[in-house]
Structures are given as C-alpha cells and as structure tokens.
Design a protein around this ligand. Structure first.
Ligand code: NCD
Ligand code: ZN
Length: 352
C-alpha cells in the first residue's frame, strides 16, 4: 500500500456542466460525480448553457434541477450580454460571480467594450466579475477596473503576455486575480497537433515559452481552475467544438508535478482550496477531506465518470489516486464509486 495523503476537499470555480440544454455532454449528476472522483467537493458552474443563464428565472430553474442531481457542493455564476442589467439586483446574493466573454468561444456568448462598461457600472456586488479576456483586450479591461475598482478575475491565463499584464495590474494595486487551467500548464501547441480536435479549446494551447513562463511566475497565479468543458466524442470528431474535460485529471497532474519538485503540496492547497474560497467568498458549513493514494496510474477513458468519456491526458502516467472523499461525517466517494444519491449534495450561495 503506497502512502496516503489527506487534503481538504478541493474547490473548482470554473466548470461547464451543460445542464440544462446539452445533456448529451454532461449533467449535474455526472459532472459532480467527476468532481468527487477528482477530489473536488465544491464546484461553481458557468452560465453558457444553450439558453444562457441571464435572468433570475433561468437561474432559479437551473438551481431547481441541480438540487435533484448534485452529489457535491455546487454554486453558480451568472451571465450577461449587456441587456439584463435589471436582473443583477435579483441574483447578486445567489451567485458567486458574473461571467463575461470578451473573446470568441463555445456558444458565441461575446460582448464588446460598450457593454462591458455598462455591466461594470451595474454589477453592484462584492462578488467578482470573471472574464474570458485574452491578451488583445486586457489593457482595455484594466482601464475599466481602475475606474470602477470592481474585483475582477481573469480566467484561464494561457500566455506570457497575459501574465505579464496581470502582474503589472496587480503591482499597481488593482483588485485583479487570475486562474490557470491544467491544460495550459501541462500541454502545449505541440500536443495540440497530436490531439487534433481533442486538444482544441479556448484559449488555444500555447508554446513552451508560455508554459515555462507561467511555471516560473506562479507567484502571480491565484487559483487553478479546470475549465471542465465536456463535448462528446462524436461532436469532437464532427466539428471540434472548443473545450476539454478536466475535473478528474487536475489533482493527479498537480501531484505528479509536486513529486517532480515543480510546486509543493501546500501550494496545491492554496491554489485549489484556500484562494478560491477567499476570492469567491465561499462559505462551507461542513468540512470535507480527500484521501489520496500516492501511487502511479494511467489515465484511461473507461475509468472516467464524466459523461463525455475521454480526456486529453489519456495514456499519461500520473501519481495520486483519489480513494476516499468525506463531506461532513459522510463518506461520499470510495474507490471509483459515488456512495450517495443524486440530490444528496448541496446547492450553495454566497449567503449560505
Ligand atoms: C468552453 C465551453 O465549452 O463551454 N470552452 C472552452 O474551450 N473553454 C467555453 C469557455 O469557457 O470558453
Ligand atoms: Zn470556461
């Protein structure tokens, strides 16, 4: 028996569970099952559903569905295209953030500077605005953050230039945080060639100069976010939509990097637990724990609980197998199996 490591239940503030609307890709049960299998006891789901979650009514319906299916803690981000400012007051105590897209991605959920300014003025909440904002729009974004002082989280930093701009903004004292995904740390555009559709996501994979720069400047990175974005094998083979799943490989990738001396276990806890909780004001009533066996295993699609059933990391040998997950006094996951029923997990809000 290899040694057991116990960590607090991890928190992923960036997942796309596709429920309601695209249940062929994922749903709240399979998504939160994948979360537990990956050591995540709390996830925050994104609003880019087929019908984007931009009204209090749509949010309420989404929460109702989640209540019947979730096996982990789950919370939500709200969405905006600039035409739902009246809804903000109604939802601001119910969501962990407002997610906006300034670059093209799955769902065509994109806004420009004019809408961004109006949204920043209207979002009167301590919860952060999360941005899909790549290098080309960051200067414009930081101008607005400087004027409005709204807490802003830059999602999935992928390039040297982006991290340099974010580091400068932080040094100027702007209320800016950022996240990096495992695929932007452990894959490059060389892998993208090999993976084809299965290495296609937004932002695109970058060069080794970028991944090396991010690893060297981790001090500026606040959190790891999986950007778990499942699509079916059939969809990927047909028109290669952007996005890859990540919940079940994030922790083993980080633990393998820790074994190689690239970061410490304490840093993993900061990036995947302490910092996301602090940045997004997540209050959890129950403590949770993950027991991990520090043994080698190979990523295999047949072992995954995500409905999409594949991973860009298939065939990699990683260290760190989640063996048990406990939430409160209840064991919720053991040796590849979820032990509780759909709906036994909790929907959380910043006010719970
Ligand atoms: C995401 C998706 O599929 O919903 N795709 C992706 O490539 N990351 C959308 C997103 O978060 O950009
Ligand atoms: Zn995303």
């Amino acid at each position: 028996m290899s040694k057991l490591l116990t960590l607090p239940g991890l928190v992923d503030v960036h997942v796309h569970f596709r429920d309601p609307g695209q249940l062929q890709k994922e749903d709240f049960y399979t998504g939160t099952s994948a979360a537990l299998a990956g050591g995540f006891t709390t996830v925050i789901d994104m609003p880019n559903n087929t019908v984007p979650i931009t009204t209090a009514q749509l949010l309420k319906e989404k929460i109702q569905i989640a209540k019947t299916k979730t096996v982990s803690n789950i919370g939500f981000h709200f969405g905006s295209l600039g035409n739902n400012l009246d809804e903000f007051e109604k939802v601001k105590n119910k969501v962990f953030g407002l997610k906006l897209y300034l670059n093209q991605t799955t769902g065509g959920f994109i806004i420009g500077k004019k809408e961004l300014v109006r949204i920043y003025d209207a979002w009167n909440s301590p919860q952060p605005i999360l941005l899909h904002a790549e290098d080309d729009v960051l200067d414009m974004v930081f101008e607005i953050v400087k004027k409005t002082k709204r807490p802003t989280h830059i999602c999935h930093v992928s390039s040297k230039e982006e991290l340099l701009k974010i580091a400068k903004a932080k040094e100027k004292g702007l209320p800016v945080t950022c996240g990096v995904t495992p695929h932007h740390l452990f894959l490059t555009k060389e892998d993208a060639k090999r993976l084809g559709a299965f290495g296609r996501m937004k932002p695109f994979l970058k060069g080794k100069r970028d991944t090396d720069f991010i690893w060297k400047n981790f001090a500026y990175v606040d959190i790891i976010e999986s950007d778990h974005a499942p699509h079916t094998l059939q969809e990927k083979n047909a028109d290669a939509p952007f996005g890859v799943p990540g919940l079940e490989t994030t922790l083993p990738l980080l633990l393998t990097a820790a074994e190689e001396g690239k970061l410490s276990i304490d840093e993993i806890v900061q990036l995947c637990h302490t910092n996301p909780i602090k940045i997004f004001n997540i209050k959890l009533k129950e403590e949770s724990f993950v027991d991990i066996s520090m043994e080698k295993f190979t990523v295999q699609r047949k072992k995954l609980l995500t409905k999409c059933g594949w991973s860009p990391f298939e065939k990699r040998q990683l260290i760190g197998k989640v063996v048990n997950v406990t939430v409160g006094r209840k064991k919720v996951f053991e040796n590849g199996k979820v032990l509780i029923r759909p709906g036994d997990g909790k929907v959380i809000t910043p006010k719970t």
